[in-house]
Each structure stands twice: as C-alpha cells, then as structure tokens.
Design a protein around this ligand. Structure first.
Ligand SMILES: *Cc1c(COP(=O)(O)O)cnc(C)c1O
Ligand code: SF4
Length: 433
C-alpha cells in the first residue's frame, strides 16, 4: 500500500550492489557503523562524481556542519536525478548552508537560555524538553539544533542526565516530559530503560513523549526488544518526523506498525522545507500516508531562523496555502497544526487561514473551505458559567483537584472575568515610564 516498491527495490539494490554484507542490512548497529560520513564515501557508494569546484564548497560545508547518512536513507535517493531529490536535499550538505544572513541566529529559540539544567529547556509551565543525547543516526541538513547535534562530545554524562531528572523531580508543575536530542533512540536500550524508569517514579509526571527521526532514517532501530521495553512505560507518546511521501518504505512502515501495535499513540512533526515539501500536493500525500500508517499529523513547522537554513525557508504564506488545501478537503484527522516557533523563546504560535469573516452582537459570519459564506446565530440567553469566586467548591464538584490551576496567564487572564487587569504591557513600555 503506502510502501513504494521502487524505493524498496532501490534499498535492496544498494544493499546488494554496494555493500557485500547484505545479511546485516537490517541490523541497526551495522547501519550506524556504515554511515556515510565523507564525500569520498558518498561518491563511491552512489557512483556520483562532483567536479572540483563543487567539491571544494561541499568540503567547507562539512567542516562547519558534519555529514552523516545511514545506508538505508541513502538508498532512498534517486541516483539518476539527485540534484532536486527531496531525500538528497535533506541528507547531503549544500554550500548554501554557509550563507549566513543578517537575521540568522545560532540559538533562535533561546533554548540555551530557558535552561535550568544543562539538559532541560523549560519554557511552558507544565512541560519540559529533556535533551538526553546529542547524537543522531543521520544529520538532517535542516536541523534547527545544528549547533548542538554532531558535537564532539556527543553523549551526555550520566550526571548531566541525572541533573535533568532531579530538576523534573523537584518541579511539581511538570506533568509532561518530552525526550529529545539528538535522537533519544540513539541511546542503548538499557540507558533508555533507566531514564524512563526514573521518570516514571515521579508522581507528577503524567505523560512521557519521545521525539525521534529513527523510523524515517534508521527504521531497524525499532526492534521487537525496544518496543517491549517501551511498553513498560506507558502512557508513552511518540512523535516522529516524516517530511516527504518517499520516506515511506516497507521498513519504515514496519517500524511504525510495531510502535502502534505496542499501543503507543504516534504523531508526526513535519518541517516545511523549500525544495522538499513546499507543495500542497506533496503535503496531502504525506498526511494521507501518515494516517494510513496510524500516525496523526501533529505539526507542520515553519523553518526556524537557525544559521545555515536560509535556503530551506519558505514564506509563511506557503504554509497557510498548504493548510488551506488540507482543511475541509481531507479528513480532519489528517490536518496538522501549522506553527511558527517564535524567535527568542516565544514558543509555538499556530497560524491558520481566516475562516471568521465578521461578527455582530448576535451573529457570526464564517466561510468554509469551498468559499461558501454562512452565518451562525449566537444564543440569545447564554450566561457564562463563572465559578472563579467559589473555586474550591467548583473543583470539588467537577473533580478537578488534580490538574486544575487557579492562576491564569497571558491573554487567558485578560479574558477572565474576575481578573482586574485590562491590558498586558511590555516591561520597557515608554509611556508608562
Ligand atoms: C515544542 C516544545 C514543547 C512542546 O510543545 P507542544 O506544543 O506541547 O508539543 C515543549 N517545550 C519546548 C521548549 C518546545 O520547543
Ligand atoms: S534527527 Fe532531529 S535532532 Fe537529529 S539531525 Fe535530524 S532534525 Fe536534528
């Protein structure tokens, strides 16, 4: 079904033709040991020859941002037309990565600032990002953490991981922990098991999420043994990172099937990339393949302002156009949320086409995906239920004692009836001084 025969044959073809030890092809450790890390290796395996000038520029790029491609992912590249190949573009360095433009930032999301421990980014009140490794099986050219991924000292010390666990333990507001990196599945089974076990011992941690690109670039890492281990730590959610329909193969589909069969809800985060998936038709096929493999499209990210990504960036209008072509046109289940991760640590901001055209005191004018303009009559006798003055009673009545929060933040606070603030003002506002 979703698995393209062509790519699968190509995969086997490379396995047989270029690497003599075919029996190890689906051994993830063999894949890691045989990652293509130099331009020479790439030329040899792919039977491609760059000219002298091209090569010099690529060398320079690799010196700044290292190269690593799993043989599996490499096998998905169309050798006969690689220049505009979406797989090639995600995996192989482009000299354009060296073009630094004025608004590029080393750490656009200020992840190093919201940093109570070396492995933790704590931006939102109830959830943290926990970086458990700096390595990945493949270095994606569009990686927002280019500055970190591929570091010399790629594994964190156990003490640094412990520091993160200790922070989560003493921060009771954290109910959701996202393991990220690097790729958490680059850790050994036993290290992963240890981290998950430690986190599970913490009462206030309700869910654990793992962000991984392994199903896309190294699907053989999803072994029966790994899945058995993960199952012990429910409720566990996994978000993966498919960017293009051609990344679906028999191998990646099997990895997803194993995870889904283990009862792990799967989501996907796609990065909108020029020359890879900046097209409503490609995105539609991508989201359809995701849901067919029991993966819920979660986010489409606008490409960050990290250094070396300028050539991958699209205007925001492209993202809106893509959502316009999905919403209403296909299953709501297949429509992700388009987000911009705001520079300087502002967090994710969802963007949508406008469906709300106008409103009066009792009527709302809306439009649908086909352009039909319609109205919604507001109720005439609605009285907003307001329990804030008797919060304790309401908490008891609705059984909210574990989870409801009495304090409101930001715009939510402006909307609350029992809050006296009528505006939010930047701290350095001139006229207030
Ligand atoms: C993306 C992100 C999260 C998780 O955000 P969700 O919208 O809950 O998926 C948490 N912390 C940081 C720092 C993030 O960048
Ligand atoms: S898998 Fe994720 S963290 Fe690793 S290089 Fe790719 S985008 Fe970056």
């Amino acid at each position: 079904m979703s698995c393209s025969l062509h790519t699968y044959q190509n995969e086997v073809d490379v396995a047989k033709g270029k690497h003599s030890i075919t029996s190890n092809w689906d051994d993830w450790k063999w894949q890691l040991a045989n990652c293509v890390k130099t331009i020479d290796q790439f030329e040899r395996v792919m039977n491609i020859k760059f000219n002298h000038q091209e090569r010099e520029k690529i060398e320079l790029t690799v010196r700044k941002f290292p190269l690593s491609i799993t043989p599996y992912y490499l096998s998905l590249i169309d050798r006969f037309s690689y220049q505009n190949d979406p797989i090639f573009r995600q995996a192989f360095p482009s000299p354009e990565e060296l073009e630094v433009v004025s608004h590029d930032m080393v750490d656009p999301l200020a992840e190093d600032r919201d940093n109570p421990a070396s492995t933790i980014t704590h931006r939102y009140p109830d959830r943290v990002l926990f970086l458990v490794t700096k390595t990945c099986s493949m270095y994606c050219r569009h990686c927002t953490r280019k500055r970190k991924v591929g570091d010399q000292e790629s594994f964190f010390q156990k003490s640094e991981i412990l520091e993160g666990i200790e922070y989560i333990k003493r921060t009771r507001s954290v109910r959701d922990v996202l393991l990220s990196g690097g790729d958490p599945f680059m850790l050994s089974d036993s290290r992963l098991d240890w981290i998950l076990t430690q986190l599970r011992k913490i009462q206030h941690v309700q869910i654990i999420r793992i962000g991984t690109r392994v199903p896309v670039v190294l699907p053989y890492r999803i072994t029966v043994k790994l899945v058995r281990l993960l199952k012990k730590h429910h409720p566990l959610w996994i978000n993966t990172h498919f960017n293009h329909p051609r990344e679906f193969t028999a191998s990646s589909c099997q990895a997803l099937e194993r995870l889904a069969n283990a009862g792990i809800p799967l989501g996907n985060q796609t990065v909108l990339l020029a020359g890879v998936n900046d097209c409503p038709r490609i995105m539609k096929v991508l989201v359809h393949k995701l849901v067919a493999n029991r993966v819920r499209p979660y986010y489409i990210y606008q490409c960050d302002l990290s250094e070396g990504l300028n050539h991958f960036r699209t205007p925001i209008g492209k993202g809106i156009e893509i959502i316009e072509s999905l919403q209403g046109h296909t299953s709501g289940l297949a429509v992700p949320t388009y987000v911009v991760d705001a520079p300087a640590g502002g967090g994710k901001i969802p963007l949508n086409p406008n469906y709300l055209l106008s409103l009066s005191s009792d009527r709302v004018v809306l439009r649908n995906y086909e352009g039909v303009i319609t109205t919604y009559q507001e109720p005439s006798n609605y009285k907003s239920k307001c329990c804030e003055p008797k919060f304790a009673e309401c908490m008891r009545h609705n059984e909210l004692s574990h989870g409801a929060n009495e304090s409101f933040i930001g715009i939510e606070k402006l909307l609350s009836k029992h809050n006296r603030d009528i505006s939010l003002t930047p701290s350095n506002n001139f006229h207030l001084h």
